[in-house]
Design a protein. Structure first.
Length: 199
């Protein structure tokens, strides 16, 4: 009887050991999956920033030379160039430190802080860029009026500007939404993993 009881206890110990190993393996897989997903979200955020930066780098000389060719004033041309350079620097600064490779080894609190900082900087950009854009649009309208030879040229310039503005504005808005969405998903995943660790 004692032998049978001892054998059953030994079997139970082995089953508990196997169960513990399975749980450890499951936790390792879950942690790996979490880190891979987090890395992917941060990579997506940085990829969008890279696309924005490339567009800005192309836009700086493109706008300058085309405005010059059209006869737009040098003051407006410099105003535009300065704005695009500030946008480029601000984009880089907003994403500075938010790297998927380094975040993989960072603790979750640091990653959360970096994600929240990037989100905050994108929101702060509106307070600067919208007033600047309003001044830019009014000034552009005045420049078009000044250089237009006749009414049809003025209408053509305005329509071209509106079409370009709508397309560019929509693409920019969609990119920004993607960044917010990726940040929100990453933050939610971090919160879930922190909640699991507390249990």
């Amino acid at each position: 009887m004692e032998n049978l009881l001892s054998q059953e206890m030994e079997e139970m110990k082995q089953q508990i050991t196997i169960l513990k190993r399975k749980l450890e393996n499951q936790n390792i897989i879950n942690e790996r999956l979490f880190h891979e997903t987090l890395k992917e979200k941060i990579s997506n955020i940085n990829r969008i920033a890279l696309i924005q930066s490339i567009c800005l780098v192309i836009a700086i000389p493109f706008c300058f030379f085309n405005f010059y060719r059209l006869g737009i004033s040098l003051a407006f041309n410099l105003f535009t160039t300065i704005f695009l350079i500030i946008a480029l620097i601000y984009t880089w600064w907003s994403h500075n430190g938010l790297k998927s490779k380094t975040n993989f080894t960072d603790d979750l609190i640091k990653v959360t802080e970096k994600l929240l900082r990037t989100r905050k900087r994108y929101k702060q950009w509106h307070y600067f860029s919208y007033p600047w854009l309003l001044i830019w649009l009014v000034w552009l309208g005045c420049e078009f009026y000044r250089i237009a030879v006749d009414k049809s040229m003025l209408i053509g310039l305005i329509v071209g500007c509106l079409v370009g503005g709508i397309i560019g504005g929509t693409l920019g808005w969609l990119q920004q939404r993607k960044i917010y969405r990726n940040i929100d998903v990453a933050l939610k995943q971090i919160k879930n993993i922190q909640d699991i660790d507390k249990q």
